[in-house]
Each structure stands twice: as structure tokens, then as C-alpha cells.
Design a protein around this ligand. Structure first.
Ligand SMILES: Nc1ncnc2c1ncn2[C@@H]1O[C@H](COP(=O)(O)OP(=O)(O)O)[C@@H](O)[C@H]1O
Ligand code: SF4
Ligand SMILES: [Mg+2]
Length: 305
């Protein structure tokens, strides 16, 4: 349904250029959760913003994105954004106006995008809120955003994002501002919506351990490049890329420790992960060749040879 082919993104500002994404390809199908994971700064939000044409004007973009077989252009995305492809941004708190009651903001979405009358709009809002497990719909709608808890606010935002029945939902770090109990129930909720509405969902997260239980497909990103990509069940059970292995083992201090050792060895490899890679050896000196199998990709010479 949504295909990103060989996307590269370079930000330009007055002093320097930052290559944030380098040759990334990924696809999201109907009824599929794709987990895009990688540490902060690896290019996840840039990929989301490129799908939705939300990147700053001067940004250099290469590659193509297709939705339902048609290439997305600046013109076509205008009609698709918010409707067929819905987006919950990383700063979802700021996407609501704190001075306007939740119900009014919700109604505005339907007023701007449908011809439904007031009663029908209200019915639609209540119906979708119930799908999102709200018991006290009227009470929530009558409140201001700051009166709701983080988890509740996040559910309201999801309800708003899917009320127009999109085919794709992109959720950027949806669990970042909520407690760990709520994280799992939120992801369970998203998984339920996937089934109920045949939604294709891109969940962006810096925490592989949280989304591994919910994603059908994983895309592991490091410094703007895909390190490993494939069925979640395969990658989770037997990760092949050293970076994925580290994410699953969660070694938060791996950078400091390994970099120190590598510096001593003065190793200079072509792989972006080599300064931190515990498996780095002689084969990493040559150009990196990816392992490409059906529904699987791994950018590592040790896996290749
Ligand atoms: N508007 C921008 N201008 C310049 N550099 C940017 C901009 N937005 C992001 N970057 C840089 O691009 C890289 C990827 O950022 P981002 O996509 O936000 O990563 P993530 O979402 O994985 O944390 C980072 O190095 C970040 O500093
Ligand atoms: S190519 Fe070498 S340095 Fe890069 S991830 Fe694989 S083993 Fe590590
Ligand atoms: Mg981000």
C-alpha cells in the first residue's frame, strides 16, 4: 500500500549539510504493523516527514514514495495527508489547542473534511471514542486537553487520527510520554485497530524491546541507514545484525565501552556501525554488501560472508 523506495534526505542550513537518511526502502501493507526502530537521531522522524511532505523547503530528497501504486507528489499528498494517511507526531501534546475543549477540536476535523451534519458528526465521534475504549465519552469531550492524563490524551489523538478511516497510520514515538503500563495497553490498542480497520501502521520507536511484541515487520535504522529489516518473528528470534542484537540485549553503555576499545585499535571501516560493533573484523574493511533474501535485508559483511 505504501512503498518508500531508496529514500535519501539531506538537510541544508546556512553552515552545513546533514545526511539524515541514506537509501532507505520500506513498505507498509494493509493490516500490518511495521516497527521502525533506532536510537535518537537515526532518521526516523525524517522518514515520516518525508512521506507526508513535511520536510523544510531547502531539504534535498532523493527516492520515490508510492501510495496504492501511485507516486506521491507535493500535489497528491495534499489530498491524502490526514485522510488516507494519518499522522500522530512525536510531539502529540502540541497538536491540540490547550484552550479549546477536546470535543470542539474533534468536531472541527469532521466539519473540515466531511459534509456530515452536527448530529451525524457527534455520532461518529462517540462511535470512534468507544472503539478506543472510552467509557465516559461525554465527559472527555467536554474537557480541555490539559485536564486529561497522558495516556487518555494519546487515545484521543489516535481517535482523531483514525476518525476519517485512513488506510495508513503513522505514529511517531506514540509511547514516549506515557508510563510503562500504559505503553503496553496503547500498543495492544493499536494492534486491535489494525485488525478492526485493516490499518497499515508505522510505529516509530527508539525502543525495540517495547514494540517487538506488536510489530509484524521490523526495520532497524542506524545513522539513517537500514541495518536489518524483515519479519519481526525471525529477527526477534534470531537477529543477525550486530546492532539489532545489541538493541535486543539493551546495552545502553555499549557506545562508550566499544568506542574506547576501537579507538585503541585505530580501526577504520566502511560500515557506519563499525566504531561500536563487537563483531567487526577484517571483512568489514571492504565495501558493505547487504544480505538480500525474500522479505529480509541485513547490511553487514559478517552476515554476508
Ligand atoms: N530540520 C533539520 N535541520 C537539520 N538537521 C536536522 C533537522 N531535523 C533533523 N535533523 C537531523 O537529522 C538527523 C535525524 O533526525 P530525526 O529524523 O529527528 O531522528 P530521530 O527521529 O530518529 O530521532 C539528526 O542528526 C538530526 O539532528
Ligand atoms: S559490517 Fe562489520 S562492522 Fe559493520 S555491522 Fe557487520 S560486523 Fe559490524
Ligand atoms: Mg524522532
Amino acid at each position: 500500500m505504501l512503498n518508500i523506495n531508496h529514500l535519501s534526505v539531506t538537510y541544508h542550513n546556512s553552515e552545513f549539510a546533514t545526511k539524515a537518511v541514506n537509501d532507505v526502502s520500506l513498505a507498509i501493507s494493509q493490516s500490518e504493523i511495521v516497527g521502525l526502530v533506532g536510537e535518537s537521531g537515526s532518521g526516523k522522524t525524517t522518514i515520516a516527514n518525508s512521506i507526508l511532505d513535511l520536510l523544510p523547503e531547502k531539504t534535498e530528497i532523493a527516492g520515490k514514495t508510492f501510495f496504492d501504486g501511485k507516486e506521491l507528489s507535493k500535489r497528491t499528498i495534499q489530498t491524502i495527508r490526514g485522510k488516507d494517511i494519518s499522522y500522530i507526531s512525536q510531539n502529540f501534546y502540541t497538536s491540540l489547542d490547550k484552550n479549546i475543549r477536546v470535543g470542539k477540536q474533534f468536531d472541527l476535523i469532521l466539519r473540515s473534511n466531511t459534509t456530515l451534519n452536527r448530529k451525524a458528526r457527534k455520532e461518529k465521534i462517540c462511535q470512534i471514542m468507544k472503539e478506543l475504549n472510552f467509557q465516559n465519552v461525554e465527559e472527555v469531550l467536554s474537557q480541555y486537553p490539559f485536564q486529561l492524563s497522558g495516556g487518555m490524551l494519546q487515545r484521543v489523538i489516535i481517535a482523531m487520527a483514525i476518525v476519517l478511516r485512513p488506510k495508513i497510520l503513522i505514529a511517531d514515538e506514540p509511547t514516549s510520554a506515557i508510563d510503562s503500563m500504559s505503553k503496553n495497553s496503547l500498543l495492544t490498542l493499536l494492534a486491535g485497530l489494525k485488525e478492526k480497520f485493516d490499518l497499515g501502521i508505522l510505529i516509530i520507536s527508539h525502543d525495540l524491546r517495547i514494540i517487538k511484541d506488536y510489530a509484524d515487520t521490523l526495520v532497524v535504522l542506524y545513522q539513517g541507514e537500514v541495518m536489518e529489516k524483515g519479519k519481526n518473528s525471525n529477527i526477534y528470534n534470531s537477529p543477525r545484525h550486530p546492532y539489532t542484537k545489541m538493541l535486543l540485549e539493551s546495552k545502553p553503555d555499549f557506545k562508550k565501552k566499544v568506542l574506547r576499545e576501537k579507538k585503541l585499535l585505530r580501526v577504520k571501516q566502511k560500515c557506519v556501525f563499525s566504531p561500536y560493533c563487537p563483531e567487526c573484523n577484517g571483512v568489514c574493511n571492504s565495501d558493505i554488501k547487504a544480505v538480500i533474501e525474500e522479505n529480509y535485508y541485513c547490511k553487514c559483511n559478517v552476515c554476508k560472508y
